[in-house]
Design a protein around this ligand. Structure first.
Ligand code: SF4
Length: 375
C-alpha cells in the first residue's frame, strides 16, 4: 500500500504563524497545476506495482482550486496508478470555501474526507492569526460538512495562543464536540522562524504563551477527548474508532508515498526527496525536464531515528523488531531513566509513551537516537 500527497501551493492570504510553502498570487495557478499533472504522469512509474490506498490534497489551500482542476487530477491518478477499491481521499479546506454545492461536487469527484482548517471559533483569535475566515463561517461550514455524509471529516484547532486560559480552550473544545466532530487535530502554536508571527514576537508586539499554560491545555485536551470517546492515537490527533486518518497513519508507519507539487516530499523506504519551494522554479523544472528536487538516501541510523521520532508519537509506539538497532541495549540507561519517571513503557516488544510521557515525546525520541556506528 502506498500514498499520494498533492501540495496545492496557493492561499487566499498569509496566516501569521505559517511556514508551509504557498503563494497568495494566483496569476500562474493554471501553469503550476498543469506542471503538477505532468509530474503525476512522469512519476507514476515510481509506484508501479503498488496500490494507492490514500490520496491527500494538502497545502496551501486545496479548496481554492476549481472542482474541474481537482477532478482532472483525480482522473490522471486513476489512469496512471492502481488505486484501491475504497481509497481514503482527503481534501484540506478552509471555512470560507465551504458551500453545500461545493461539498456535493467534491464528493461526486471522489473526495471521501474533509479536513477543515478551523483553528479557532473566536473572531479576535482568527484576526490575530491572519485567517481569511470568520468564526461564524467556521461553525456554519462544520454544520454543512457534518450533513454532507462524507466517510469522515476532521477539524484543526490551535491552542497555546498568547494569554489563552483553560476556560477559553474548554470553550473551543466544547463547541467542536457539540458540533459532532469525529476527529480532531490540535496543534500547539509554535513560533517558526521567518514568519510574520516571529517578527511580531521579536519586536515585542506579541508575547509567547508560557510552557506551563500550554502544558495544562494539552492535559485538558487529552482529558476532554478521552471523556468524549475520541482515541488519542497520535500526539496531535484524536479520532473516534473508524475515523483515524489512514493517510497519516501509513506515513507514521513508514509507508511509501509520492509527493507532487512545489515543496512536496516523497519517500520510497530508503530515499527522501523534496521538491523545490518555489512555484516558478518548480514549473520551469517540470516543463524543461530539469531537476526541481533534492534527495537524500537515509542511512540505517537515519531510518531508525525516523521510526523513533514518528512511532513514539503514536499510541502504537515503536515496534522494536522493525528497526535496525537494538535500542534497549544501546540506550539502556536512557530507557530505564524514562521508564522510572513513568514516561515510557516497554511492552510486547514495543516502546510506548505513557500519558505523562506524551508531553515529552520529541525529547524522549531524541534521547534514544542512534549514530551511524551504533549497533
Ligand atoms: S491557509 Fe494554511 S497553508 Fe495557507 S497560510 Fe494559512 S495556515 Fe498556511
Amino acid at each position: 500500500m502506498a500514498g499520494l500527497y498533492i501540495h496545492i501551493p496557493f492561499c487566499r492570504q498569509a496566516c501569521t504563524y505559517c511556514d508551509f510553502h504557498f503563494s497568495t498570487n494566483t496569476k500562474r495557478k493554471e501553469e503550476v497545476l498543469s506542471a503538477m499533472q505532468r509530474e503525476l504522469e512522469l512519476r507514476a512509474e515510481e509506484l508501479k506495482g503498488a496500490t494507492i490506498d490514500t490520496i491527500y490534497f494538502g497545502g496551501g489551500t486545496p479548496s481554492l482550486i476549481a472542482i474541474e482542476e481537482l477532478a482532472s487530477m483525480l482522473r490522471t491518478m486513476r489512469e496512471r496508478f492502481t488505486i484501491a477499491t475504497d481509497p481514503e481521499i482527503t481534501l484540506e479546506a478552509n471555512p470560507d470555501d465551504i458551500t453545500e454545492e461545493r461539498l456535493a461536487a467534491w464528493k461526486a469527484a471522489g473526495i471521501t474526507r474533509i479536513s477543515l482548517g478551523t483553528q479557532s471559533f473566536r473572531e479576535e483569535r482568527l484576526r490575530f492569526m491572519g485567517r481569511a475566515h470568520t468564526a461564524n463561517e467556521a461553525i456554519r461550514s462544520i454544520d454543512l460538512i457534518a450533513k454532507a455524509s462524507f466517510a469522515s471529516w476532521t477539524i484543526d484547532l490551535i491552542y497555546g495562543l498568547p494569554d489563552m486560559g483553560l476556560p477559553e480552550w474548554d470553550e473551543q473544545l466544547t463547541i467542536a464536540l457539540d458540533h459532532g466532530m469525529p476527529h480532531l487535530s490540535a496543534y500547539c502554536l509554535t513560533v517558526e522562524p521567518r514568519t510574520a508571527l516571529a517578527h511580531q514576537v521579536k519586536k515585542g508586539l506579541v508575547k509567547e504563551a508560557d510552557d506551563a499554560d500550554q502544558s495544562a491545555q494539552f492535559d485538558r485536551l487529552m482529558e476532554r477527548m478521552d471523556t468524549a470517546g475520541l482515541d488519542h492515537y497520535e500526539i496531535s490527533n484524536f479520532g473516534r474508532s473508524g475515523h483515524y486518518s489512514r493517510h497519516n497513519t501509513s506515513y507514521w508507519n513508514g509507508a511509501h508515498y509520492l509527493g507532487i507539487g512545489p515543496s512536496a516530499h516523497s519517500f520510497d523506504g530508503r530515499t527522501r526527496r523534496w521538491n523545490v519551494r518555489s512555484n516558478a522554479a518548480y514549473t520551469k523544472g517540470v516543463d524543461t525536464g530539469g531537476t526541481y528536487w533534492e534527495s537524500e538516501t537515509l542511512s540505517a541510523a537515519d531510518r531508525t531515528n525516523e521510526r523513533l521520532m514518528t512511532g513514539l508519537r503514536t499510541q502504537w509506539g515503536v515496534d522494536l523488531s522493525a528497526i535496525e538497532h537494538d535500542i534497549l541495549n544501546i540506550h539502556s540507561s536512557a530507557v530505564q531513566g524514562h521508564v522510572s519517571k513513568g514516561h515510557l513503557q516497554v511492552r510486547d516488544g514495543r516502546l510506548v509513551l505513557s500519558k505523562a510521557g506524551r508531553h515529552f515525546a520529541d525529547r524522549i525520541a531524541s534521547d534514544l537516537f542512534v549514530v551511524a556506528h551504533d549497533r
